[in-house]
Design a protein around this ligand. Structure first.
Ligand SMILES: Cc1ncc(COP(=O)(O)O)c(C=O)c1O
Length: 375
């Protein structure tokens, strides 16, 4: 019995041809021509004026936070239920992260909780589109306008998704993406920042390149990072971007197929297929065990691994992270929905290379598990 991995990318387009071109021409660093081409095409794809390629999605977020001059005295509102990449630079900069809980249906930040968290020190709201459905952006945009706040949009998981028809990654001051291999398009490791603001774009370009002064190299007026993307990564990215519509359609049809296969699955919460503002793009197909079940996600994943099915846990909430508890952050705070999702949620194989017969095997095992233990 073959093990079904949680993710396998599809690399059967122009990837090899473009990578060969890098090797044949010797252009392998960030100076190579694919980087600029990937940036331009990506910007056009998400409807932004500028895109800045970086070495991963975490670096994109770090750069975005720094480019907005977020620092001591500032507060940034973000979901408790997300990846540590979102919060890391907020904390390192000396700013204060302010967490909100999740919506139980969409698993995204509960936008109705944001306004009560806004103070005179709030500088930005970081929205994170999680697992395939976008955050309900209209209320967030309205709050940002009312209180004069910046929006950082983490679109790492939703390339090809839209909110009311407008591309995810085109909202707010600045957006970020990841191209890790489990994303809709991959560069191995990689990320992108997108913005419509020329000054912000320039700042991000400088920050990703150690803030070398253009006129006097090796002189620096600000601290940056080496977050550059290589021409090799951009070659992969360009080949992948050529197929983004196909990949997005494939993800949606895989999600629908799982919905059909699992329609009689007892107990589990399955992803919401539709909201008034978007059709789920099913970046991953998540499942949540019932609250009353004695099974945790870790136990269910171990049961499935034993049957040859690879799964991954949901995010672990930021307020419970030992690293932040040790810093004295989030003391006494609780976010019950985020905690429930972390304890009971996991996702099943969802990669672009997944085949019909593998999906059927996953579904059969899940039905067996649920019938035995949850029904
Ligand atoms: C929502 C979200 N933001 C940021 C990241 C970080 O991206 P990377 O792994 O490329 O650093 C991820 C990563 O997987 C993510 O899911």
């Amino acid at each position: 019995m073959d093990f079904i991995p949680v993710n396998e990318p599809l690399l059967d387009g122009n990837e090899k041809a473009y990578l060969n071109r890098c090797i044949d021409t010797g252009w392998i660093s960030s100076e190579g021509p694919f980087v600029k081409e990937f940036e331009e095409r990506f910007a056009a794809h998400v409807g932004r004026k500028y895109a800045i390629a970086v070495c991963n999605g975490t670096a994109a977020l770090d750069t975005a936070v720094e480019a907005l001059d977020i620092g001591p005295g500032d507060e940034v509102i973000l979901p408790a239920f997300t990846i540590i990449s979102c919060i890391a630079q907020i904390i390192r900069s000396g700013a204060t992260p302010v967490l909100v809980d999740s919506d139980l249906q969409t698993w995204n930040m509960d936008v109705t909780q944001i306004e009560s968290k806004i103070t005179p020190r709030t500088k930005a709201i970081m929205v994170v589109h999680i697992y395939g459905l976008p955050v309900d952006m209209d209320p967030v945009l309205a709050l940002a306008a009312k209180y004069g706040l910046k929006i950082i949009e983490d679109a790492a998981e939703v390339h090809g998704q839209t909110y009311h028809g407008k591309p995810c990654g085109s909202f707010g001051e600045i957006s970020t993406f990841s191209f890790y291999p489990n994303k809709h398009i991959t560069t191995g490791e990689g990320g992108m920042i997108a913005t419509d603001c020329e000054a912000l774009a320039e700042k991000c370009r400088s920050l990703r390149n150690l803030c070398f002064l253009p006129k006097k190299r090796f002189v620096h007026e600000r601290l940056g990072w080496n977050f550059r993307m290589t021409n090799l990564q951009a070659a992969l990215g360009l080949a992948q971007l050529e197929r983004i519509d196909e990949f997005a359609a494939r993800k949606r049809s895989m999600g629908k197929r799982y919905q059909e296969l699992l329609k009689d699955l007892p107990g589990f919460q399955t992803p919401l297929a539709e909201t008034p503002y978007a059709t789920n793009i099913f970046w991953v197909y998540g499942l949540v065990l019932p609250e009353e079940s004695t099974w945790t996600a870790d136990q269910a994943m171990a049961w499935l691994a034993d049957k040859g099915i690879g799964c991954r846990p949901f995010f672990y909430p930021m307020h419970l992270q030992p690293v932040f508890q040790n810093m004295g952050l989030f003391r006494g705070q609780s976010f019950p929905v985020a905690e429930h999702l972390a304890e009971k949620g996991f996702y099943i194989p969802s990669g672009l290379a997944l085949r019909e017969e593998q999906m059927q095997r996953v579904a059969d095992q899940l039905l067996a598990f649920a019938t035995e233990h949850l029904a």
